[in-house]
Design a protein around this ligand. Sequence first.
Ligand code: NDP
Ligand code: 8X3
Length: 253
Amino acid sequence: MHTLHGWTALVTGASSGIGEACALSLSQAGARLVLVGRREDRLRTLASKLAVPAHPLVLDVRSRPEVEAALASLPAEFAAVDLLVNNAGLALGTDAAHEASLDDWETMIDTNCKGLVYLTHALLPGMVRRNRGHIVNLGSVAATYPYPGGNIYGATKAFLHQFSQNLKADLVGTRVRVTDVQPGMVETEFSQVRFRGDAQRASKLYEGMEPLTAADIADVVQWCVTRPAHVNINAVELMPADQAFGPFAVKRR
Ligand code: NDP
Ligand code: 8X3
C-alpha cells in the first residue's frame, strides 16, 4: 500500500455525492485537494472542513476553454495533479430513445464524455512526465447492463470504460494507473438531477431497499489508489446486495 501524503488529488463533482465523499476520504489519506464543480458555495464549505490544503476550482467541465483556463490558474502548490478523479456526471430522464430530448442527450455526452476527456487531456501529460499518477473514472453498471431509458447515459459510461482501457494500453510501463469504478444504485443527488428535482420520485427509487452510499464508493476509490504502485486495478463493479440484473425482455403477442 502507498500513502497519499505529498499527492495532489483533483476531484470533479466534489460539490455533492460520490465526489464529495471521495474528497473527504482522500484528504484523510493525506492528499491535498483541488475541488471542482459549478456550485462554489458548496466547494468552499467542503474546503473549509478538510484538514489538508484544499483549493476550490469553479468550472463547468463541458466547457473546454473554462477547463483550460481554470487549470492554468491553479496555484503552484496544487498545479502538479497526481490523482484525477473524473467523477462529475449525470443522467437526465429515463425516456425511451424515440421520445427523449436531444438536448438532454447532448448534456450527458458533453458532461460525461467530453468533460472527462478535457480534464484527462490536460492533466495526463504532467503525470507521465513525472512518472507518477492515477486516473479514476466514475463509470457505472449502466455501461454493461442495458435497461429501458438508459440509452445515452449507459452509452456515455461505455465510452468511459473503453477510454479507460485504452488509456491503460497507452500507459503500459509507466507509473500512471487507470481505474474504472462502476457502481450500481448509490443514493446521492443523482436521481434528483435525473428526475429534474422531483425529490419524491427520486427517493421512491430507493424505497424498501438498501442502496450503496457515496462513502461506499469513496472507500473503493481509496482502496484502488492505495494499492502498491505496481498494481493497477483496471475496473471494479459493485452493486447493492438488494440490486441484480433483469431478465431479457420478450414481447409476446
Ligand atoms: P450527484 O448529482 O450527487 O453529483 C454529481 C456531481 O457532478 C456534482 O458535484 C455536480 O456539481 C457535478 N457536475 C455535474 N455536471 C457538472 C458540470 N457540467 N461541470 C462540473 N461539475 C458537474 O451524483 P453522484 O455523486 O451520484 O454522481 C457522481 C458520478 O457517479 C457521476 O458520474 C454518475 O454518473 C456516477 N454514478 C452514480 C451512480 C448513482 O447511482 N448515484 C451510480 C453509478 C455511477 P455541480 O452541480 O456543482 O457542478
Ligand atoms: C447510475 C446507476 O442503475 O441508475 O449509474 O444507471 S443506474
